[in-house]
Design a protein around this ligand. Structure first.
Ligand code: F6R
Length: 605
């Protein structure tokens, strides 16, 4: 989850390192640091807290040096403080690391037994000290290679050396590492986004590989240190809008962008003239798909759970869903007629990537639904369906969720039609309904003032509940997830029908309870469940698409979303919940774009 950057250049690099770290801050923001080489000395600057602080330090005491590495941290080993901030350096070598060294305790004991002292509580310092030891008898590349052999776990590393002032070595196992090229400068970075302002020419290290860069060239090595060649990709330019513009936060910008991102996504997949969906080259012949297994984490998992209701409703395909961190350790029976679909905004989530690897090892067909098409998950899967949402920077996922839902829905429609589970008339009708979605999203977003009233009910609440049935149940989970991650307020998402099996005990006078009740086959049932909550003092905030006025003295606020098609309701019902989480976070003075303890890209297990 940390972010790393390295630049080998013919001019001072610290300003560009800072600029890249600002872009990588979505991966971690506990502490920041950089190291450059000046006059054959490693010059390290670190701070606890944000890159802004590091920038202030550099302003007072500039760092020269044409070669350097930088880091933003999401703490795993050792609290987020100055000592544990990266880089970790000796007088010989300086290291930045993303990932977890699982056998660091064991290695630390061995090094301590040899009288070597540690300064920090991090697992990374083990790497620094092992390389320092190896350098006594080896050149830099062999020292790193020998050190890597001792490490268990996942890592992306960037390393500079006091006595080899023109090189940076990068290495990857598990955690992603991109390499960028430009005239008289070369780079390593945790993702292509960090390198975007400097280059659009990128290669990616695969697992076990190393790279050695100077300002003029880059050499790549496989896990046996054999020299290899790498393909250079030209990055897409479709996601260049990376500033907040007129908005106070990325999150609200990304919420407001949703009519456009969903429209882009629909335009990419739907042929309006032919009234058809342009999805081809299925890795398994659609008629032969036995089962679809949808896998993701967090919000991406919630999109899988929503899609389950669509696939069950429209297709004859069996659907299973799983949380990636569970899937990867289950004893599964793999079937070559099953399609395993991995949903991930970043395409770098460690558990999702590991679950995908397991599928690959078992020779089954895989598909990924991702936002970042250059990502590890996209590159490793047989088939990729991008969501075309553009870069999402707010840590809490909003537009990517709607993008994932849109692609899952489009895929579901296409499969239902090819397999003749729905007829042509229904297919065309569903496509034309889908095209109304962006405009309906726009109408929901305009209704912000109602949400602000709702938000006030939460500012002083002890907790809250989100209830829904059918496909509104995953939306309840998503609403609760957004609220808890942004405002640190306890929020539970539940299937409304489960309340009397335990959670009803939590209801007390004034507890805010969001009831999500579109006019679908569950509506009356949900209303009965709501009455049970009202009878126990719950303060209801009602979200529906039904036209009739349904507010009364027990239902404090309502939010009405437009109705297009029952199956599209989940997308619309999500919007007030995203806006609610945003406004509650504002009222509670929380850091909306960088909620505490979290990071955007979860590259550790
Ligand atoms: C919540 C959120 C997370 C992510 C999860 C998976 O707002 O953003 O729950 O959805 O960490 O991330 P991706 O989609 O990148 O695999």
């Amino acid at each position: 989850m940390c972010g790393i950057i390295g630049i080998a250049s013919n001019k001072p690099v610290s300003i560009n390192i800072i600029n890249s770290l600002k872009k990588l801050e979505y991966r971690g923001y506990d502490s920041a640091g950089l190291a450059t080489l000046t006059d054959n000395t490693i010059n390290e600057k670190k701070c606890s807290g944000r890159v802004e602080e590091l920038e202030k330090i550099l302003f007072k005491t500039p760092s020269n040096g044409n070669i350097g590495i930088g880091h933003v941290r999401w703490a795993t080993h050792g609290i987020p403080n100055l000592v544990n901030a990266h880089p970790h350096s000796t007088d010989q070598v300086s290291v930045v690391h993303n990932g977890i060294i699982e056998n660091s305790d064991e290695l630390k004991k061995e090094l301590e037994a040899e009288g070597i002292l540690f300064k920090s509580q991090t697992d990374t310092e083990v790497v620094t000290l092992l390389i320092t030891e190896a350098l006594k008898k080896n050149n830099p590349l062999n020292s790193v290679f020998k050190t890597l052999k001792k490490l268990k776990g996942s890592f992306a590393l960037g390393i500079i050396f006091k006595n080899f002032s023109n090189i940076i070595i990068g290495a990857r196992r598990g955690s992603p590492l991109a390499v960028g090229y430009s005239k008289e400068e070369n780079y390593i970075g945790s993702d292509s986004y960090a390198l975007k302002s400097m280059t659009n020419k990128i290669s990616y290290l695969d697992d076990g590989e190393l790279c050695l860069l100077t300002k003029d060239e880059v050499s790549f090595y496989d896990a046996n240190l054999k020299k290899i060649n790498k393909k250079i990709l030209t990055m897409s330019e479709n996601d260049t809008s990376t500033d907040k513009g007129e908005f106070k936060h990325f999150m609200i910008k990304e919420i407001v962008e949703q009519p456009d991102t969903v429209r882009n996504c629909i335009d990419e997949y739907v042929d309006s003239l032919k009234k058809n969906i342009n999805i081809f080259n299925f890795p398994i012949e659609p008629q032969k798909i036995n089962k679809i297994i949808l896998i993701g984490c967090g919000t991406a998992y919630n999109s899988c759970l929503t899609a389950k209701y669509w696939f069950e409703e429209l297709t004859s395909i069996d659907i299973e869903i799983d949380i990636a961190s569970e899937f990867r350790y289950r004893k599964l029976k793999f079937d070559s007629n099953n399609l395993y679909i991995f949903v991930s905004q970043s395409g770098e989530t460690a558990d999702t990537a590991a679950a995908l690897d397991i599928c690959k090892k078992n020779n089954v067909k895989t598909c990924s639904i991702v936002n970042v098409i250059e990502s590890t998950i996209a590159r490793n899967s047989d088939w990729v369906l991008p969501i075309h949402a553009g870069i999402e920077i707010g840590v809490a996922s909003t537009k990517a969720f709607l993008g994932q839902l849109t692609v899952l829905y489009i895929l579901c429609l296409k499969l239902a039609f090819i397999r003749k589970d729905i007829d042509e008339k229904t297919y065309i009708k569903k496509i034309s309904n889908l095209k109304k979605l962006p405009e309906a999203i726009k109408r929901c977003i305009k209704n912000d003032s109602n949400v602000q009233l709702m938000a006030k009910e939460f500012a002083s609440a002890k907790g809250s509940m989100f209830l829904g049935r059918g496909s509104s149940f995953p939306i309840a989970l998503e609403g609760a997830l957004k609220l808890k991650e942004l405002s640190y307020l306890h929020a539970e998402g539940y299937p409304a029908g489960e309340m009397k099996h335990g959670p009803l005990a939590l209801i007390e006078e004034g507890l805010p309870v969001i009831v999500i009740a579109p006019k679908d086959k569950y509506f009356e049932k949900t209303i009965s469940n709501m009455q049970e909550v009202i009878a126990r003092g719950g303060k209801i905030l009602f979200i529906t698409d039904q036209k009739k006025e349904s507010l009364n003295e027990n239902i404090r606020f309502g939010f009405r979303v437009p109705h297009i098609d029952n199956l599209l309701s989940p997308m619309l019902l999500t919007l007030p919940l995203q806006m609610l989480a945003y406004h509650v976070a504002l009222l509670k003075n929380c850091d909306v774009d960088k909620p505490r303890n979290l990071a955007k890209s979860v590259t550790v297990e």
